[in-house]
Design a protein around this ligand. Structure first.
Ligand code: FAD
Length: 416
């Protein structure tokens, strides 16, 4: 009996088919955060025949989760640093430490300083960038100086130790904290961080005041505690939008006032990371203005520019007229990573995979003495016509017993 291969060979079609098969195997993942790592490990499990290359400019994964308390307390970081080289070996993917400087969608290639990598599927999970131009700072040197001296550290967890050191050197005066306008990553995180800093100022008797400038309505769970229990430590300015910053005068200007600071954690508006702007994958609003976040499907995360390109994690843009954006949390990013891995595996192997929608669990400290947590559960269901329904449940936990650490450990087990 003539096999399909023999038939193709005889018909002179095998050389044509071989590159086509080879061309179906290369997956490139840009960004080794929660989204990229989840996609890489899940792909290796579901489709071990694929060649998976993970690219990140950093040498190791670090996490923001559980960092609020650690910032103001002595002791080791609550997370371990995980070298990508070790993770690549453990799961069987390839790791390249490099800065991705360009993506050519038409040619299906990714460019770094040393290489041009062709891809058959591309997963983009590059996280966020900060838009300092919204505060009238455009000079790259001035931005670098502001970040070095006063970053609020919401972009890269690798910068957390520097912030911890700056806080340890703070001996009093005005400590300014700006909150970015929504959407930004991990919505409760700035309030939880504020709570720990206020508690630290109070218990360490540091003669300082935490001045919070917030363009959003404050999360109700934190209002009483920050404004009542820590009223001597916290000045809270709501609906206050920073317009500009002056590093020499150590001042930010809002619509209402100029606010001077001795130390600051500056967090300008957030947007999708640079690489998505370079690739032309940012969503345009009606009227043509760039939205700042990526354009991708709400449930398949595929780019309209090429359905073999996926955008996941915090960089993703608008998904719903009802709730706007998926919450920019690690768990959502990791579920998106698993979801795109299933789609790629199904397409590459021909084996059907179940679909997966994002979900998020957030354990937030809402009181310290006595200790109390809030658990925020966000889940989604497809109404049947592609319209997503979001459900958010918020539950008080008056006797926390390490649920936050257990959650983080369970998440990390999936991709570290
Ligand atoms: C203070 C704080 C606390 C938080 N706490 C929690 C929490 O408790 N629970 C939770 O679920 N989430 C939490 N989050 C949110 C969580 O950190 C993010 O949602 C998550 O990191 C998003 O994953 P990602 O893969 O989209 O991006 P990231 O984790 O930011 O990963 C992006 C990666 O891409 C790399 N990269 C970017 N551009 C390039 C390029 N051009 N070339 C090469 N590499 C590139 C970066 O180096 C980075 O490693 C917190 C966030 C903050 C700021």
């Amino acid at each position: 009996m003539t096999t399909r291969r023999q038939f193709l060979f005889a018909a002179g079609l095998l050389p044509l088919l071989q590159p086509a098969l080879a061309d179906n195997r290369r997956v490139v993942i840009v960004g080794g955060g929660w989204g990229g790592l989840a996609a890489a490990s899940q792909l290796r499990q579901l489709a071990p025949g694929l060649e998976v290359t993970l690219i990140d400019r950093q040498p190791a994964f670090m996490s923001f989760a559980l960092s609020s308390r650690w910032l103001v307390e002595p002791g080791a970081a609550p997370w371990a640093r995980h070298d990508y080289a070790g993770l690549a070996k453990k799961y069987g993917y390839r790791f390249m430490q490099a800065d991705v400087s360009g993506i050519d969608i038409a040619r299906r290639s990714v460019t770094t300083a040393d290489a041009v990598l062709p891809f058959d599927w591309l997963v983009l999970s590059p996280g966020i960038r900060e838009d300092w131009s919204a505060w009238q700072v455009n000079d790259p040197q001035a931005i670098a100086e502001l970040r070095r001296r006063h970053s609020g550290v919401m972009q890269s967890a690798a910068d957390l130790p520097a912030l911890k050191q700056r806080l340890a050197s703070f001996k009093g005066g005005d400590l300014l904290m700006t909150i970015p306008p929504a959407p930004y990553r991990c919505p409760p995180a700035p309030y939880e961080r504020a709570l720990f800093i206020a508690w630290w100022l109070k218990t360490q008797k540091i003669p300082g005041k935490l001045v919070i400038v917030d363009p959003n309505p404050m999360m109700p769970a934190f209002r009483n505690i920050l404004l009542d229990r820590f009223k001597d430590q916290v000045t809270y300015l709501d609906h206050a939008k920073v317009r500009s910053v002056d590093l020499v005068r150590k001042t930010v200007s809002t619509d209402i006032d100029d606010i001077r600071f001795d130390e600051a954690m500056l967090c300008p508006p957030q947007q999708a990371a640079d690489v998505l702007w370079q690739a032309g994958l940012i969503r345009r609003e009606e009227g043509g203005k760039l939205s700042g976040w990526a354009a991708q499907g709400a449930t398949d995360f595929r780019s309209a520019a090429d359905n073999r390109v996926f955008v996941i994690g915090d960089a993703t843009g608008l998904v719903s007229p009802q709730f706007g954006y998926f919450p920019k949390t690690g768990q959502v990013a990791s579920r998106m990573g698993q979801a795109v891995a299933r789609q790629i595996a199904a397409q590459a192997t021909g084996k059907a995979q179940t679909t997966l929608l994002p979900e998020s669990v957030c354990h937030v400290t809402s009181s310290l003495e006595p200790l109390e947590n809030i658990r925020i559960d966000t889940s989604y269901r497809d109404r049947g016509d592609g319209f997503l329904i979001q459900t958010v449940k918020q539950v008080r936990n008056p006797n926390p017993a390490g649920e936050d650490a257990a959650w983080a450990a369970a998440m990390y087990r999936e991709f570290l």
